[in-house]
Write a protein that binds this ligand. Structure first.
Ligand SMILES: [Zn+2]
Length: 210
């Protein structure tokens, strides 16, 4: 079920607990292999809790969670991709949690469909798990951005699409992974798991059509 109202701001310790828990949940599903992926939770209108870089996300402790100012450069020790999290908090006031995963399926499908610039997901019951989608009789378009080590340049491309797509709850980076967000940690997690399932379905569909 979707919460009608955005969740209230979290304390650092609440946010850190949510981040540690979601790390375990996503790690056992192999969505964040090795030390990949990063997670964040909004604290208030100006700050967010973000994960430390270089740590296995299934073995996070609360001390691996750092505080970032969403309008400033990311804190020392955080991932180079932290600006992509902070951007979502600036541009989506309702976003309370952002999850970035490096699953096989998100890397593979985004790489295969990079030239198309998006993946279209249609007529699948689980579409109702995404944002405000109320029916499976629809097409959800997830943008695919080219992978780029120049994070500010990548962020500019994301900004342009976020401005045009109020419905967006996720995007893919080609050959790299998924960014998904939600109005609380549970919703961000549901979007991540639902998209993973939908991407798996799309790949299976391609195999059957061959
Ligand atoms: Zn990444």
């Amino acid at each position: 079920m979707m919460s009608a109202e955005p969740a209230v701001a979290a304390t650092l310790s609440e946010a850190a607990r949510e981040i540690v828990d979601v790390g375990r949940f996503l790690s056992v599903r192999n969505f964040v292999p090795a030390t990949s992926g990063n997670f964040s939770r909004r604290l208030d209108s100006r700050t967010a809790a973000v994960t430390r870089s270089g740590v296995d996300k299934g073995e996070l402790t609360e001390s691996d969670v750092l505080v970032a100012d969403i309008h400033a450069p990311p804190p020392k020790g955080s991932s180079a991709e932290t600006p992509l999290h902070l951007q979502i908090y600036r541009e989506r006031p309702e976003a309370q949690a952002v999850l970035h995963t490096h699953s096989v399926m998100s890397a593979l499908l985004s790489s295969m469909l990079e030239a198309e610039g998006e993946i279209k997901l249609s007529n699948f019951e689980l579409l109702k798990a995404l944002g405000n989608t109320r029916t499976h009789e629809t097409t959800v378009r997830i943008p695919i951005f080219p992978n780029d080590q120049d994070i500010p340049r990548l962020a500019d491309k994301v900004t342009a699409v976020l401005a045009q797509r109020a419905d967006l709850v996720a995007y893919l980076i080609a050959g790299h992974g998924l960014y998904a967000w939600g109005r609380d940690m549970a919703e961000a997690r549901r979007h991540t798991v639902a998209l993973e399932h939908l991407l798996t379905y799309e790949l299976e569909k391609m195999k059957v059509r061959r």
